[in-house]
Design a protein around this ligand. Structure first.
Ligand SMILES: C[S@@+](CC[C@H](N)C(=O)[O-])C[C@H]1O[C@@H](n2cnc3c(N)ncnc32)[C@H](O)[C@@H]1O
Length: 433
């Protein structure tokens, strides 16, 4: 990708087109972004990322508009992606730049890639026609669900079936930008004290009553601008994710398993609240490394971190039962689309059943490791019932000794502005007679 000589919109558009191309090819933004290269560090990367986020939020609409403007397939991919990104941004409900600016910068961006160099005329003609006929074109394409809601059709159908009254609200929420929510490390100071530190720096935040360590910033800032971030005063963590530690309710000295722990957000929260004997597992070695780094930044007691498959306890369990088990299971991540607008375009319909099977295996493998009187918390950041309520009900049916404990169940994204879509089920094992 071409590095920017200076910040300029046409270069950011080219980078966003490359990023959206990666997502269309099945790669996550998190993995594609670092490949922009060193010249795209800091503000330049932030600008390209912000444009690609906005473009992905409008990709269903842009694809339908492009098909209406140019029914034949556009080649090469570099040109196709530049057009989709420009169309998505120019027709966004709140365009990041005036539509005419986006069009002229998109034409300028053609010079930056061998695949678009000869296409200035075509880009100019298609995008000018878009502006001139915008309302009629939108009327024509928005009858289609994928264009209207900017999610894949199968995703919309699953939500429509699961939430006959709420599916549209969920899809609308997915289009919003989530607020930046912090978790104060109460080992270092109270939430009120940290709020004062923020205010002293001209940053204000709300303190939600039901999330005792959370602060919701009024405007997002890079983490390096948060006072004491490097020294572990605070972490970035969505509000719904912050409910795990309280639900688990680990007490001093307990033996706790965090079975799918990387990068360690919930592990750290548990360790911030109480001194426990903590084992954190993740089967991905690269991600597992981040658990130790998270705990270190927060100046927390080290946990035992192991790279292991939680579904195969024979390979890592020493036979001593756990008082608490957190299974924050691998899932579709369909509840955190506000923060990761690429997710909807990366998943496939068939993934949901495969993930549900994996979650079921993990639950069944971990339940025998729980001590009598212990609790297992099952969590996913998903809104699909197969990974949430149906999974929990199925588990309870197979394990009559699992007592369902009070837990929030399905949290839908944006019900509270600081909370993503999440599912929590809590199971208790009867104490030994
Ligand atoms: C939802 S993420 C966990 C997020 C983490 N709990 C946090 O709050 O920071 C799920 C994690 O499960 C891990 N994972 C998936 N399958 C696993 C398995 N069979 N055993 C252990 N870890 C697994 C993934 O590598 C991923 O890091």
């Amino acid at each position: 990708m071409t590095p920017p000589a200076r910040r300029a919109l046409h270069r950011d558009l080219r980078a966003a087109a490359d990023l959206v191309g990666c997502v269309r090819d099945g790669e996550s933004l998190a993995s594609a972004l670092p490949r922009l290269g060193a010249a795209w560090d800091g503000a330049a990367r932030g600008a390209a990322q912000a444009l690609s986020f906005d473009a992905l939020r409008g990709l269903g609409r842009a694809s339908a508009l492009l098909a209406a403007l140019h029914p034949k397939r556009i080649k090469p991919a570099a040109l196709d992606n530049l057009l989709r990104v420009s169309i998505a941004l120019a027709t966004a409900p709140e365009p990041p730049y005036p539509a005419h600016t986006l069009v002229s910068e998109a034409v300028q961006a053609c010079a930056l890639h061998p695949g678009t160099r000869a296409a200035r005329g075509l880009v100019n003609a298609l995008l000018r026609r878009l502006l001139n006929e915008r309302d009629a074109l939108l009327r024509q394409v928005l009858a289609d669900d994928e264009a209207r809601w900017n999610h894949p059709r199968w995703w919309i159908e699953r939500l429509r079936a699961a939430y006959p009254d709420d599916w549209q609200t969920i899809l609308e929420q997915d289009q919003r930008r989530a607020p930046l929510t912090l978790r104060v490390n109460v080992r270092q100071g109270s939430r009120d004290a940290y709020l004062e530190r923020l205010r002293a720096q001209g940053l204000d935040a709300a303190a939600p009553a039901e999330l005792p360590q959370a602060l919701v910033l009024q405007r997002a800032v890079p983490v390096q601008q948060l006072p004491g971030f490097d020294d572990g005063a605070v972490s970035v963590q969505d509000g719904a994710a912050q409910r795990a530690a309280a639900l688990l309710a680990a007490r001093h000295g307990m033996r706790v398993l965090d079975a799918c722990a990387a990068p360690g957000g919930k592990t750290a929260h548990i360790a911030e609240l109480t001194d426990v004997e903590l084992l954190a597992l993740d089967h991905d070695a690269g991600r597992a490394e981040r658990i130790g780094q998270t705990l270190q930044r927060l100046r927390l007691p080290a946990a035992q971190v192991r790279v292991a498959d939680a579904a195969s306890p024979a390979s890592w369990w020493d036979g001593r039962a756990f008082d608490r088990i957190l299974l924050d299971a691998p899932c579709s991540a369909s509840g955190i689309v506000r923060r990761h607008p690429d997710i909807r375009w990366l998943r496939h319909d068939r993934d949901i059943d495969a993930l549900a099977r994996r979650q079921r295996e993990l639950l069944d493998a971990l339940w025998p490791l729980l001590a009598p009187g212990g609790r297992l918390l099952y969590a996913t950041c998903s809104v699909f019932p197969e990974e949430g309520a149906l999974q929990a009900a199925d588990f309870a049916r197979r394990h009559p000794d699992a007592l369902a404990w009070a837990a929030p169940g399905q949290i839908l994204p944006g019900t509270e502005p600081e909370q993503d879509g999440f599912f929590y089920a809590l199971f208790a094992k009867p104490a030994a007679a």
